[in-house]
Design a protein around this ligand. Structure first.
Ligand code: FES
Ligand SMILES: [Fe+2]
Length: 565
């Protein structure tokens, strides 16, 4: 990054910051309509933004906390003056207002939103600083004087490490920018709500009806729900549309190896069609799978030089959804929807929600010592919650999987799932299987397989060889799930090099799943006719019940979700 780039980055941050200040000035101005809307913000509490307290790698290494001191890095006097003002910003976290109670009034909500913006601004500055520090380090390594003291090998290694850190820091800046943008959108939306409310107050003296807010308002759903008597666990059909709260997570949607530079992966996520493809720089992007011209599905087209081309009239879109080519007509300013999309550890992730994304992507790699042997994707005709219920249950194995992995298993007199009272993970007794539900839709399991067919009485630690499984159940639509399955072993690495093994793994995985599928499809049918699929839980249903309690709490909007310690 040259000085010019640094200045551009700095200007970008300043722009974001000044936009934020403008909005806030407007919101807090005594002449603003908002200030007069004293009673108008029952909805505001829904707009509180998450505050992430993650410290960057460089923070801990270099002790940069709170106020930044970059003078030593740049050395020269004029640089001190140029950059000092940018990074000499107080960490706002210590001043975050604490309010008790579930609902905030307008001033409290705006105050919280203001601190969120300040935090995001501070965070973005920190990310830029990280890039600058790394840049200085790269320059230092490349310095010809330094080369005299270091071997070429060491230099190469250091350079590779630094480039990796630099790429990571760039990614963080993008996420920070997206967080600031989303926060600003939220403020704008909030202002709209207040204006709507004011109009409403003028036209009627009655208390405004929550139901008059836009249908996307999370608050309205909450209030409707509170009015109804709630059973502790009622999962009856028909399947409802997905709750917006469920969208505010990073979701893995594809394996990296399935996405080449000129291929596309169409997916459905939360009932919307999307298509994933790689841009010119090789990075993945996710845009709506509907052409802006006449709604042709884009995945029926092709990818050329990082742009997806509609097969109908040839319009071409980049990974951020911008239309860059319109053959045979004048180019108009057209953009289709896109969502944040990143690649990490062999998977492609998207953030489908409206809230600002969390700053880091989760890791789903198997534990150290395991090698990935199979990555399989399947589209299944069931709602993702029902599939999760099924995967989190092992008591069904000796009855359901009698032709596959549980062939010959005896039926134990008692099956238990042992877990701490606060957790979403534990292990099965008497099976040597550890299992975890990882929000929002993942199941991880480790199976001890040292004595196939004779599993009783062992736990995974007593087994010398293991199989690790990851199941990602992506919510596609009310009756569709995209399943990403990754299988790893801590033995027999040679199997990975046998060419046809992947077909065998796929065949086996499909066989096991088909044993479950006919039952779960049947459950779904009953559920859609009104049956409660969690009518009578018993003790071995513990993990599935916890998943349902977690999801219920999330959808209710609880600040503290259960089993999250
Ligand atoms: S519908 Fe896509 S270019 Fe016409
Ligand atoms: Fe099963």
């Amino acid at each position: 990054m040259g000085d010019k780039d640094k200045i551009q980055s700095a200007e970008k941050i300043e722009n974001i910051s000044s936009q934020s200040e403008c909005l806030l000035t407007f919101l807090f101005s005594p002449h603003s309509t908002i200030v007069t809307a004293m009673n108008a913000i029952a909805t505001a509490s829904a707009l509180t933004l998450p505050i992430c307290c993650r410290a960057s790698k460089l923070d801990t290494k270099r002790g940069l906390k709170g106020r930044f001191g970059v003078f030593a890095v740049f050395g020269e006097e004029e640089k001190k003056n140029a950059w000092g003002a940018l990074f000499d910003v107080q960490d706002p976290r210590s001043k975050v207002p604490q309010y008790k109670g579930k609902f905030l009034d307008i001033y409290q909500a705006l105050e919280v939103a203001r601190y969120d913006i300040q935090y995001l601004d501070w965070r973005a500055r920190q990310d830029v600083l990280t890039i600058m520090l790394l840049h200085e380090k790269v320059v230092e390594v490349l310095n010809p004087l330094a080369r005299e003291y270091k071997s070429i090998g060491t230099l190469k290694k250091e350079l590779a490490e630094l480039q990796e850190e630099l790429a990571e820091a760039h990614k963080q800046v993008h996420i920070s920018e997206a967080r600031v943008t989303t926060a600003l959108d939220k403020l704008a939306y909030m202002e709209e709500l207040v204006s709507d409310r004011l109009l409403q107050d003028r036209s009627t003296a009655e208390v405004a009806q929550i139901s008059s807010y836009p249908s996307t308002s999370v608050k309205s759903l909450d209030v409707e729900k509170r009015g109804q008597p709630q059973k502790s666990l009622n999962v009856s059909g028909p399947v409802q549309s997905y709750h917006p709260h469920l969208k505010n997570f990073w979701y893995p949607v594809a394996f990296s190896t399935d996405l080449k530079h000129d291929t596309m992966i169409p997916i459905e996520c939360f009932e919307e069609p999307w298509v994933i493809f790689r841009g010119k720089d090789g990075k993945p992007g996710c845009v709506q799978n509907t052409c802006a011209h006449r709604a042709c599905p884009l995945h029926l087209g092709s990818v050329n030089e990082g742009r997806i081309q509609c097969p109908y009239h040839g319009w071409e879109y980049t990974t951020d959804g911008k239309c860059e080519k319109m053959p045979s007509t004048r180019l108009l300013n057209v953009k289709i929807k896109s969502v944040l999309c990143f690649e990490k550890e062999g998977m492609i992730w998207i953030w489908p929600g409206n809230e600002p994304p969390t700053a880091t992507l989760p890791s789903l790699l198997p534990p150290p010592g395991f090698v990935v042997h199979a990555e399989i994707v399947m589209e299944l005709p069931i709602e993702h919650g029902l599939l999760l219920d099924n995967l989190l249950d092992l008591a069904h194995a000796p009855f359901t999987h009698t032709s596959t992995f549980a062939k010959g298993w005896s039926v134990p007199s008692l099956v238990k799932f042992l877990t701490p009272s606060s957790g979403l993970q534990g292990y099965w007794d008497p099976y040597p299987i550890d299992m975890e539900f990882r929000p929002p839709c993942m199941v991880l399991s480790t199976i001890g397989i040292s004595k196939p067919g004779k599993l009783e009485g062992q736990n995974t630690r007593e087994c010398s060889t293991h199989l690790h499984q990851l199941h990602v159940c992506l919510p596609s639509s009310k009756q569709k799930t995209r399943l990403l399955y990754r299988m790893s072993l801590d033995f027999a690495p040679v199997l990975k090099h046998i060419p046809f093994m992947k077909y065998i793994w796929r065949h086996f995985a499909e066989q096991v799943l088909n044993e479950d599928l006919r039952l779960v499809v049947g459950q779904q049918d009953r559920m859609n006719k009104g049956a409660n699929v969690w009518n009578s839980p018993v003790s071995y249903d513990k993990l599935g019940v916890r998943y349902r309690l977690w999801r219920d709490a999330l959808e209710r909007g609880d600040k503290q979700l259960p089993f999250s310690s």
